[in-house]
Design a binder for this molecule. Structure first.
Ligand SMILES: Cc1cc2nc3c(=O)[nH]c(=O)nc-3n(C[C@H](O)[C@H](O)[C@H](O)COP(=O)(O)O)c2cc1C
Length: 226
């Protein structure tokens, strides 16, 4: 049994099965490169941690945007919230709880118009919660979530990930760090518009390289770009 110290001083017990939270942001499904890579990564995690629990949050079904009732609820102490505010915050509370409970997070996302898909931005707006996932201190903002290994899978058609036109990976690192998550491993499958198959294969190989302690998946063929 072990414990993880959280930023708020509490301790989180690790005496239970590992929890994986997978977040998919691509509007595509079977043809999605980011989802294919997330399949691979989650498979490796589950091989490494037999019995791990998996929670999948598929953002392609859409999420509500932050509205006025939610914002009023954000800034009202929980005990004083109206029924309407409580109902408006129910999904946000659920998303925060499943993120807080996760030992490993896998975020699989394309670049849409130089940044995150709108559904992923909506998720961000629902999990960045003053008093729950961050707070302001005399020394500036403090993330309240415990750090945990987070895999960021990013696919793009033409924009090089990490280059000046990539407003996704740096932004996501900033947002995750803001709420306390700094251990972010970026797996890029970028510039898939030209010569994409080789880059997709390389991204699959990179995932396998992160799990060299488990049996070699050498006999599995890496899926190629659609
Ligand atoms: C609406 C839309 C906007 C996109 N915008 C960009 C972009 O700004 N830059 C880029 O490099 N690729 C862009 N792409 C290409 C996707 O990032 C690329 O096809 C990626 O593989 C999609 O991820 P997926 O395979 O997981 O669906 C866009 C694709 C779509 C559908």
């Amino acid at each position: 049994m072990g414990t993880i110290n959280q930023a708020n001083g509490a301790e989180r017990s690790t005496d239970r099965v590992l929890r994986i939270l997978r977040i998919d942001a691509s509007a595509r499904h079977a043809a999605s490169v980011s989802r294919g890579l997330a399949d691979r990564l989650v498979d490796r995690l589950r091989t490494q941690h037999p019995g791990a629990e998996l929670v999948v949050r598929d953002l392609s079904i859409g999420l509500p945007f932050v509205n006025e009732t939610m914002i009023e609820g954000f800034y009202t102490p929980a005990a004083d919230r109206s029924d309407e505010q409580r109902m408006a915050l129910a999904l946000s509370d659920e998303l925060v709880a499943e993120l807080a409970a996760a030992d490993r997070v896998v975020i699989a996302t394309p670049i849409y118009n130089f940044s995150v898909p709108a559904a992923l931005k909506a998720w961000i707006d629902l999990v960045c919660r003053a008093g729950l996932t961050f707070k302001y201190t005399e020394n500036g903002p403090l993330g309240l979530l415990a750090d945990r290994k987070t895999y960021l899978i990013a696919a793009s058609g033409g924009v090089p990930i990490g280059g000046p036109m990539d407003f996704l990976s740096g932004y996501l690192r900033q947002v995750l760090g803001f709420i306390g998550i700094r251990d972010v491993e970026l797996i890029a499958a970028d510039r898939l518009g030209a010569g994409g198959d080789a880059r997709v294969s390389a991204a699959h190989d990179r995932i396998d390289g992160l799990f060299t302690d488990i049996a070699s998946p050498a006999d599995e063929a890496a899926p190629v770009a659609a």
